[in-house]
Design a protein around this ligand. Structure first.
Ligand SMILES: [Zn+2]
Length: 293
């Protein structure tokens, strides 16, 4: 007989911060947080509730859904309201959609950010790989999100792709004192060190850590244990060795296990650390009533 049902109810009440694992007939199951999962997207329309339930049953008891534009930010918040203490929302405009950002969107994002289920501004950033919005527009929208995060006293979820130098430059100019995460970090050790020089920021690892041919294992080894998070970026970035077409929050375990193996610690230790880091960064289970709205 498994105790997860009782602890799920406890997590649902938002008081689970102190629990890092639960005991089930199979043994110890770690409690992980998927710090980045786009469960609001249409890829989950047919079975969204089942996907959330499967994650919780598998020990991934909490997840953060970041918006990519205004409608998906609204959807993320609706999901968070429907799943209190399990789904949390972030609101923002992805660099691919930067051209949809305007003053009215900004006003509405700021409204959404007042809700207690909204724990971050994002995802936003710079993507010069696909360049779906002009570079200057992306930079301007990036700066606007930093301002929004400051006004709302919320952490930032930052997307960086082929844009490390510009992100560093804009953070130095406009991001002093802010906190957040470089989501799905994909750079090298030197870039990771530069990112970590921003004291309030963490590195988040996703499915690419489980694949060959990148510098991520080195980064995963050097990053301080209190500065790392795990995520799926569902429905994208399926981790190895899975052969499915769609990623889901419950699969964050594969990235967490890989991270634990690289660092030479147990999955339990890794889960305890990354969950504590996520809870601390995003204030999960806390009311952000102290924000300066
Ligand atoms: Zn994302």
């Amino acid at each position: 007989m498994c105790l997860q049902g009782r602890l799920y109810a406890f997590a649902g009440a938002g008081r689970s911060n102190v629990i890092s694992f639960f005991v089930c007939w199979k043994g110890i199951v770690c409690l992980l947080v998927d710090s980045h999962a786009h469960i609001d997207t249409s890829r989950f329309s047919a079975d969204r509730e089942a996907v959330i339930a499967a994650a919780v049953a598998g020990g991934v008891t909490r997840m953060i859904d970041p918006g990519c534009d205004l409608p998906s930010s609204q959807m993320a918040l609706a999901l968070a309201k429907a799943h209190p203490g399990v789904v949390y929302a972030a609101v923002g405009v992805h660099p691919h959609d930067a051209t949809t950002y305007n003053e009215e969107v900004r006003r509405q994002l700021r409204e959404l950010a007042r809700e207690p289920e909204v724990v971050a501004i994002g995802e936003f950033g710079l993507d010069y790989f696909r360049m779906l919005s002009p570079r200057e527009v992306q930079r301007e929208v990036f700066r606007a999100h930093l301002e929004l995060a400051r006004e709302c006293n919320l952490p930032c979820i930052i997307h960086v792709r082929d844009s490390h130098e510009d992100v560093m430059e804009l953070l130095r100019k406009h991001g002093q004192g802010l906190r957040g995460v470089f989501h799905c970090f994909s750079g090298n050790v030197a870039q990771a060190e530069e990112c970590l020089s921003f004291e309030g920021f963490m590195l988040s690892f996703a499915g690419p850590l489980t694949k060959e041919g990148n510098a991520l294992p080195e980064v995963a080894r050097m990053a301080p244990l209190d500065r790392i998070l795990v995520e799926t970026d569902s429905p994208y970035l399926v981790p190895r060795p899975l052969k499915v077409r769609r990623n889901e929050p419950r699969f964050v375990t594969y990235t967490a296990q890989k991270l634990a193996d690289i660092r030479g610690i147990t999955l339990e230790e890794l889960a305890r650390a990354t969950t504590a880091n996520t809870v601390r960064l995003f204030g999960l289970g806390e009311d952000h009533a102290s924000e300066t709205l």
